[in-house]
Design a protein. Structure first.
Length: 395
């Protein structure tokens, strides 16, 4: 079969079951005819290491599918991986309370580059690697047989796909077109989701548990929700008894959908203020007017798309956290996040510590947060842990 042979001594990460092989580790390729096809991975001294999908364009040349020599990488193999992922979600998701969740989480579910999210009766997919595209039709057939969905919509329009030398794609793959807004339920709370143009696949499903955590802090509080998107954190806080919430986002469409979510959950809209503005600028306006809050939420978009952007991103995270800490009342609480995979937890913790020092405030860390468990994480694949969060209290 087609094969990839590594340079001598470059198999250490494979021995630790890490699923990526970078182009610089490859000595030779043999008999590869199609982008994304399965190759045998061989060490520099000729030993079998695994099977993976080959990409002729990406710096990540091979994404490992299996480390077992007895495996046969075919449709049956792919089906088993999909079924394993689905069965795991059935164990951790109460579908009486939640009908929007992640079904397949790429490398962490042993299907590199494949993202599948469920929104009520619809599935939304991303095929973000050459191997994912190679198996796309088989994966769709398997999903249809398992879920019998009303429709499957593709959102392979992430910038990440450009690194694979693939074309960004979105549109209907199966069944009927999703409505303009899909109504979903999360922990008994209703949300409207736009899967066509919304961020990621339409909603930040990875923040589910963190939104619920916010409720335990929210009763009677005045809250500032920055980078609020469609108001997920705010709706949870309102239902828990928050007194007033200010949403800040640069997108008028997101704020409009936030208003719809307020009405959908029969919340008193007079308690909610929506501000369309750049969060960095708005926080400075609040600082200059000495405005203060009981709780501030910072859930920004990804600041670092590559290693070269880490330094700039770190300055951005420190800036908004420093401003937020100065805007909190005594005993105020900060929920702060980074979804940038290149900002590792240790660095994010240091950024918050530096912001705390410069703010002149005393701060306790009450809790560390990460993505919801349907966004699975492998110990052998630390890149799968991308969402970091801290609950901090000003004392």
């Amino acid at each position: 079969m087609p094969s990839v042979k590594l340079k001598k001594g470059r198999e250490k990460s494979l021995n630790r079951k890490h699923p990526w092989i970078f182009s610089g580790a490859i000595n030779a390729v043999k008999d590869i005819s199609k982008n994304g096809e399965t190759v045998e991975i061989i060490s520099g001294d000729g030993k079998f290491l695994g099977y993976g999908s080959y990409s002729s364009h990406s710096q990540i040349s091979v994404r490992v599918l299996s480390f077992k020599p007895e495996d046969i990488i075919d449709k049956k193999f792919i089906q088993q991986k999909v079924e394993d992922a689905v069965q795991f979600r059935k164990k951790i998701i109460d579908e009486d309370l939640i009908n929007a969740y992640r079904v397949i989480n790429a490398e962490s579910d042993f299907l590199p580059g494949v993202i599948v999210d469920k929104y009520a009766d619809f599935l939304v997919c991303q095929f973000l690697s050459a191997g994912a595209c190679f198996w796309k039709n088989d994966i769709l057939e398997i999903l249809i047989n398992i879920f019998n969905p009303a429709g499957i919509y593709e959102r392979s329009d992430s910038e990440a796909i450009n690194k694979e030398g693939l074309t960004q794609t979105k549109g209907l793959l199966f069944g009927k077109e999703p409505p303009d807004l899909i109504e979903v339920v999360e922990n008994g709370i209703k949300f409207c989701v736009d899967v066509r143009i919304g961020h990621k696949t339409g909603f930040y499903l990875d923040q589910r548990d963190n939104r619920k955590l916010l409720q335990s802090f929210s009763y009677g509080k005045e809250i500032l929700n920055c980078f609020s998107y469609t108001g997920g954190f705010s709706i949870y806080a309102f239902i828990a008894g928050a007194n007033k919430i200010t949403n800040v986002d640069s997108s008028p469409e997101a704020l409009s959908l936030s208003e719809k979510n307020v009405l959908l959950n029969r919340i008193d809209s007079s308690k909610c203020e929506n501000i369309q503005d750049d969060v960095f600028k708005y926080l400075r306006k609040l600082r200059d007017t000495n405005k203060q809050f009981d709780i501030i939420i910072l859930d920004p978009p990804k600041f670092a798309e590559s290693v070269s952007q880490i330094e700039k991103a770190s300055r951005g995270y420190k800036d908004i956290n420093l401003l937020a800490l100065k805007l909190l009342r005594k005993d105020g609480v900060l929920f702060t996040f980074s979804c940038s995979g290149h900002i590792v937890p240790e660095l994010f913790n240091k950024i918050i510590a530096d912001a705390t020092t410069d703010s002149g405030r005393e701060v306790h860390i009450l809790k560390y947060m990460t993505q919801s468990p349907d966004h699975t994480m492998l110990t052998s694949f630390p890149e799968g842990l991308y969402l970091k969060g801290l609950v901090c209290k000003v004392v």
